[in-house]
Structures are given as structure tokens and as C-alpha cells.
Design a protein around this ligand. Structure first.
Ligand code: CUA
Length: 309
């Protein structure tokens, strides 16, 4: 995560304002300290108390005050210009994504005219390259903050209130995002990835995400049955099955995601097994409780989840 490696117009704007402020601050600091050093080092002279010296001093202080005021005006104007650049989208063709914060994961929802085509992609935000993406940010519990340093500054997610911002990625890539507002015990383990891809690939991805979950085959049927007959269904949705609860992240395509537990672990079978067996050991305080499934049942559930691509 690096604000000095901007990958989009808003982040570029922010990086340049940081450089302007830094350059001016360093210059002011160096000049001020140099003046102080000179004042301390000079030997007092006989005519220091003369009226002529006082007049010269008054002129010098006056000039320094004007210079200070001018510097502040320049900083204010550059800040205002950068702020205006941030508040506007940089081009047409925007898509809108709802960003919903939970303790402690993210849900990214893509609307569609057909409600059954809505897509939920927990902890993984896919965006097309080169077009502005409207972020509608909200929270279901406490204040969180959406932050992808390579793409934009922070935007708070506030319960009961929708905030809006824009992001745009100009080059394809995977950018890490992080919750930037302390939101409880597992605030640090509330990360996500932004995957910026060419429009054609993005369309392909969203088309796949719209599909219902794959029907279990003989190898994954047992995992499906264990999932549906245990507590898993009380929190999760797998579209196309009877699991339809929205307390935890949707799992319809969990097998296709890169990480689990909001960016905490890479999504491998072994990690998924550890997670399902005892989430509290990986993320103490998470809403997902430990379960008492047998080892065989656990492995069957993980095999089923992994197949949901
Ligand atoms: Cu959510 Cu910190």
C-alpha cells in the first residue's frame, strides 16, 4: 500500500498535493532554521540598539509576515484545486458499487435492473480499468473507512448514512485496501483487494458471479448436505440453495476468491479448513463461532465450498 505509487487520477491528485506541501514545508523549515542559526551565531554590535537598526528590523519582520501569508495563500489554493479535482468523476461510463462495512468484512454489491442479477462479492472489489467507479459507502454496525492508497484517499462508512466517492484505476492490477477507521478487535484484519481489469474481463467476471452456485456432484454432495443441515445456513447465502441469510458474507462463489476472512489468509483448502474448524483462533472476536463438526464433515464442507467457483 503506497500513496506515492498512484494508479488513478484521484490518487495522483493526492500524491501531487502531498509533494507540494512537503516541498514548501521543507523550504520554510530550512530558511527558518538558517535564520535562527545566523541570529545565534552573530556577535552583538554597538549599534544594535540604534533607532536605524530598529527600523530595519521592523521592515524585515513585516516582509517575513507578508511572505508567510503569501505561502499560506498558495497552500490554500493548491489544496482547494486538489479538492475540486477529487470531487468530480474524470470521465463517462461510470459503474456503481455499494460498499458495505461489517465487523469485520466488506461486502461489494453490484446492482442490476434485474434484482436476481445483483452480485455480492465479499472482500473482493472488481472494477473495469479506465472508467470512474462510484462507491456508495455504508455500514451495518460501527464506523469503518474505505481506503485503497493507490486509488484514492479514505472515505468513512457511517451507520445509517450513505457517503459517496469515486475511484478509477488507469492500469490493470491488484490493489490492497484496508479499513482505516478503528472499528473493534479485528480492525487490522479487515482488508480487501481491488482487482482492476480490462472491461471485457470485468464483464466476464460479473457474468460468472451472476450465476447461481454449481449443483453439487457426487464428490461434493455430502459437504452440501452438512452445510445445509448445520448452523452455516443461519448466517450465509449460497444462491441456488436454501441458504439465504445475510449475517455473514455470501459464499455462492467463494471458491473463486483470492482470500478468506477479509484478506487475512490466502484462499487455500488448508486455510479454509482451519478457518471453518476454529475461526476464533485466526480472528478472535469474529462473529463466526467455532463448530463441533467431525473431521470428516469439516473436510466435506471445505470440499463443497472450494467447488463453488
Ligand atoms: Cu472496519 Cu476498522
Amino acid at each position: 500500500m503506497n500513496v506515492f505509487a498512484p494508479a488513478g487520477p484521484q490518487a495522483e491528485n493526492i500524491a501531487s498535493i502531498i509533494w507540494v506541501f512537503l516541498a514548501i514545508s521543507v523550504a520554510v523549515y530550512v530558511v527558518t532554521l538558517a535564520a535562527l542559526a545566523w541570529a545565534l551565531a552573530r556577535t552583538p554590535r554597538q549599534d544594535d540598539d540604534s533607532p536605524g537598526t530598529s527600523r530595519r528590523l521592523a521592515v524585515a519582520v513585516g516582509a517575513a509576515t507578508v511572505l508567510t501569508a503569501a505561502t499560506l495563500v498558495v497552500l490554500t489554493i493548491s489544496s482547494e484545486v486538489a479538492g475540486r479535482g477529487l470531487s468530480k468523476p474524470s470521465g463517462p461510463g461510470a459503474i456503481t458499487v455499494d460498499v458495505i462495512g461489517y465487523q469485520w468484512f466488506w461486502d461489494f454489491r453490484y446492482h442490476d435492473v434485474t434484482p436476481s442479477d445483483w452480485v455480492s462479492s465479499p472482500n473482493e472489489l472488481h472494477i473495469p480499468v479506465g472508467v470512474p467507479v462510484v462507491i456508495r459507502a455504508m455500514s451495518r454496525d460501527v464506523i469503518h473507512s474505505f481506503w485503497v492508497p493507490e486509488l484514492h484517499g479514505k472515505r468513512d462508512l457511517i451507520p445509517g448514512f450513505t457517503t459517496e466517492t469515486w475511484i478509477q484505476a488507469d492500469k490493470p492490477g491488484v490493489y490492497r485496501g484496508q479499513c482505516a477507521e478503528f472499528c473493534g478487535h479485528q480492525h487490522a484484519k479487515m482488508a480487501f483487494v481491488v482487482i482492476a481489469q480490462p472491461m471485457a474481463q470485468f464483464r466476464e467476471w460479473i457474468e460468472r458471479q451472476r450465476q447461481r452456485a454449481v449443483t453439487p456432484d457426487p464428490a461434493t454432495q455430502r459437504g452440501h448436505d452438512v452445510f445445509m443441515s448445520n448452523a452455516c445456513v443461519t448466517c450465509h447465502t449460497i444462491r441456488g440453495t436454501q441458504a439465504g441469510s445475510r449475517i455473514g458474507p455470501e459464499l455462492t462463489h467463494i471458491g473463486s476468491r483470492r482470500t478468506i476472512a477479509a484478506g487475512t489468509l490466502p484462499n487455500t483448502g488448508e486455510h479454509l479448513l482451519q478457518w471453518v474448524r476454529d475461526p476464533q483462533s485466526i480472528k478472535p472476536g469474529t462473529r463466526m463461532p467455532a463448530n463441533h463438526l467431525s473431521d470428516d464433515d469439516l473436510r466435506a464442507v471445505v470440499a463443497y465450498l472450494t467447488s463453488l467457483r
